[in-house]
Design a protein around this ligand. Structure first.
Ligand code: SAM
Ligand code: SF4
Ligand code: SF4
Length: 350
């Protein structure tokens, strides 16, 4: 049986009252998916067999417009959000994304970042920086083309992602983080080479345990290379020591090289769930609010926006949703929950 859940409550905190869910978790960061489309077909996210040429992506009018996203961001800021990450799908395939970044950049005190597959970053890095983007996280799963192409499944070469990372660094979009999803039997041989490569470049590499997101990637627990294994593999060649979290709720566990040459992160979403500190909400491409990455349903904010709801009404709606939140999927994952149909990551935003 689950432990008793404390009643929801609001405690005063500057500048406004802190909004807490039923497990006492504040709402602090927001991920916004700006498109459900992507130019990659990563096997763990948008497998080709499902996201083929007949796949029905959202129509243009279904997508939240930039004004709508900005308005929601402002409302969420009133509720305590300090950080927004734009994601997708591949956010850089959304036309004129720089415009959205400039609009969000006007919100005072907002920490604005973006996660990208890096494929068009070389072309866009300067414009993104000029629009007001602070940092980027780039996903890259291998350094050898055979493995990387097997994972992105569109024959996209590693070199162009590296060019994107270099361009982002040159544009001042750092510190840059690089995300590597590790799938057993596919790319774990790349763990140590990736660690060496990004240690030399001075970027923070973060290893993500392969997750059972969505309903299409055919996830099996056996395919997960655990964070413990990853740390052991790297530590055997380049000694590591645990480092303190930068802030409460940081999902990556930090490890630093003992010779002072940098750090890595491991995101053990499967083997060491961190739901108790999860302060994250997500807005899908079509404007639904999800309070967990593994949710099967969201709350429609787009209709409210388009039917003329005021900022106060939107705020009250989100407040009501968050105060009822009790999600802790990863802590209670079982072979049964894995079977439940969940929303796809490309739509909800990773
Ligand atoms: N297209 C962008 C990218 O790949 O960086 C942003 C969206 S993607 C859904 C966000 C992050 O989720 C990426 O770092 C990706 O590797 C990660 N991801 C996708 N599917 C995953 C899975 N099944 N398990 C773990 N991480 C996953
Ligand atoms: Fe596209 Fe990112 Fe998903 Fe890969 S992980 S298919 S790049 S959205
Ligand atoms: Fe947060 Fe849901 Fe992930 Fe738990 S499973 S950390 S509640 S998103």
């Amino acid at each position: 049986m689950s432990p008793p859940i404390p009643a929801s409550r609001e405690v005063p905190a500057a500048p406004g009252p802190l909004l807490l869910d039923t497990l006492g978790r504040p709402l602090r960061d927001l991920r916004i998916s700006v498109t459900d489309r992507c130019n990659f077909r990563c096997v763990y996210c948008m497998p080709k067999e499902v996201f083929g040429k007949d796949y029905a992506f959202l129509e243009r009018n279904a997508l939240l417009r930039f004004e709508e996203i900005t308005r929601l961001a402002r409302v969420f800021q009133r509720l305590g959000i300090e950080k927004i990450r734009l994601t997708g799908g591949e956010p850089l395939v959304r036309r004129n994304l720089e415009q959205l970044i400039a609009m969000l950049g006007e919100l005072p005190g907002l920490d604005l970042t973006l996660t990208t597959n890096g494929s068009i970053l070389a072309k866009k890095a300067q414009a993104l920086k000029a629009a007001g983007l602070k940092r980027v996280t780039v996903s890259l799963d291998a350094l050898d083309n055979a493995t990387f192409m097997r994972m992105n499944d569109v024959d996209f070469p590693v070199e162009r992602v590296i060019e994107g990372i270099d361009a982002a660094a040159a544009a001042g979009l750092g510190p840059i983080k690089v995300n590597m999803v590790v799938k057993r039997g596919v790319n774990e041989h790349g763990i140590v080479p990736m660690a060496k490569f990004f240690r030399e470049r001075g970027h923070i590499l973060r290893f993500i345990e392969y997750m059972d997101v969505g309903a299409t990637n055919g996830w099996r627990l056996d395919d997960v290379v655990t964070a413990r294994e990853i740390v052991a593999m790297i530590g055997a060649e380049m000694p590591l020591a645990p480092a303190d979290a930068n802030y409460t709720g940081e999902v990556a566990e930090r490890w630093r090289y003992t010779d002072g040459s940098g750090e890595i992160g491991v995101i053990a979403s499967v083997t060491q769930a961190f739901c108790r500190d999860c302060t994250r909400a997500r807005i899908s491409t079509e404007g639904k609010l999800y309070t967990c990455l593994f949710a099967s349903a969201g709350h429609d904010l787009r209709t409210l926006l388009r039917e003329g709801a005021s900022d106060d009404e939107l705020e009250q709606t989100v407040r009501a949703i968050w105060t009822r939140r009790s999600d802790r999927y990863s802590e209670i994952r079982t072979s049964q929950t894995v079977q439940v149909k969940k929303i796809e990551m490309s739509y909800i935003g990773g």
